[in-house]
Design a binder for this molecule. Structure first.
Ligand code: GMT
Length: 368
């Protein structure tokens, strides 16, 4: 098949998943066209069946902000027409799904649109009145809709009152991530325990809770914290670390492409988000044998098994999360058992092959 995939190129999980799906489909012999504002972080190697199309909205003095959605729909229509796309797969409803519907109109309806809902396109941004009508239209008019967790499927149907089928296709681990740990000495020079957090540092990630958990753990057990990523809450987090005398034991690395090397050096992964449709970062930690301590919200209970792969605690309960971290840091054998179970789950339940099979079968069913 000839498949177009539209996604964001930022460090969020939806762009990672979209790119990995495209690479996997190309490896299976499909022609893949990936559309994004810039080269996605996971499309670094030469994938000979993946063509990248950069989407840029041309400025014009009349425009306050160049309309990216229109530029995206135009690029989609151009690629669909000239590369004879069968499927256009929009990852994250805003604006990819709405733009895909416009592109389908432009090429006369031959094109089939598949939309994958990733999370905040439903639970946060999508339910904002300034986007809700167009997200609802996209969900209703797409030829097929998937959600990355049963939680997100339920939330979509609750918020948008849509009675169309929504297929749950979870995120996956692209390949057995076997990175080596070669920076433990830099992170923990005195052999301290290592706790890690990776995110886009948006309010939904509650990065201050990560620091509060660390503050409690550090008072009881020698450990360091690695904060990977960047975003609107990073400066507040750095200020909190300084104000609470943590700056010597917390390393803010900024955005990193190779999160595997950091995870390979980690003992515990913290994800205290206020909501997560899936929590791809948690799954990547699990694939690296790192037990996860997360909030019991959203789709995370579908990924992390409490007491097996890690621990799930009530949102905001930094005391409980700190106790869980101390349990894991003080008991290496338990930590190892959790890590083994977590990796086993990551590489079986969330393995690439069967999940890409689901996407492929969905495309074929849409094409009839
Ligand atoms: O919504 C965001 O903050 C970013 C978004 C993304 O594009 O990565 O994250 C969502 O999609 C991921 C990939 O499916 C999921 O793993 C995340 O849980 C989800 N984020 C939220 O639901 C907050």
């Amino acid at each position: 098949m000839r498949i177009g995939i539209s996604c964001y190129s930022t460090f969020g999980g939806s762009g990672v998943v979209a790119t990995e799906v495209g690479k996997a489909l190309a490896a299976r012999g499909h022609d893949v066209h990936l559309l994004s504002p810039s080269l996605p972080p996971r499309l670094l190697g030469f994938e000979h069946r993946v063509v990248f199309h950069e989407v840029q909205a041309s400025p014009y003095p009349l425009f306050e902000d160049a309309p990216f959605s229109i530029a995206l729909a135009s690029k989609m229509a151009d690629v669909a027409e000239h590369h004879h796309l069968d499927i256009l797969h929009a990852h994250y409803a805003i604006p990819h799904a709405s733009a895909a519907l416009l592109a389908r109109m432009a090429v006369g309806g031959k094109l089939k649109v598949v939309t994958t809902l990733h999370g905040t396109d439903i639970t946060v941004v999508g339910s904002d009145p300034s986007y809700l009508p167009m997200v609802r239209l996209a969900i209703r008019e797409s030829d097929a809709v998937t959600a990355v967790s049963a939680y997100l499927k339920d939330e979509t149907q609750r918020i948008f009152k849509v009675d169309r089928p929504i297929e749950v296709v979870p995120n996956f681990i692209a390949e057995p991530l076997t990175s080596a740990c070669d920076c433990r000495g830099w992170i923990a020079p005195k052999g301290e325990g290592v706790m890690t957090h990776i995110s886009n540092f948006r309010p939904v990630k509650r990065v201050l809770d990560v620091l509060k958990v660390f503050e409690r753990v550090r008072a009881e057990h020698p450990c360091r914290l690695v904060m990977v990523g960047d975003g609107p809450d990073r400066q507040e987090a750095e200020a909190y670390a300084r104000a609470h005398g943590l700056e010597e034991s917390v390393r803010f690395t900024g955005k990193q492409l190779d999160i595997g090397s950091v995870l390979a050096c980690s003992d515990v992964f913290l994800l205290p988000s206020s909501t997560e449709s899936f929590g791809l970062a948690a799954l990547e930690a699990m694939a690296h044998r790192v037990p996860v301590i997360a909030s019991r919200v959203g789709g995370l209970p579908e990924v992390v098994r409490h007491g097996v792969d890690g621990f799930l605690e009530p949102l905001g309960d930094v005391d409980a999360m700190a106790e869980d971290a101390l349990t894991l840091l003080r008991q290496p054998a338990l930590r190892k058992a959790f890590g083994h179970a977590a990796r086993e789950r990551a590489l079986t339940t969330f393995a690439e092959g069967p999940i890409v099979d689901q996407y492929e079968a969905l495309y074929e069913s849409v094409l009839g």
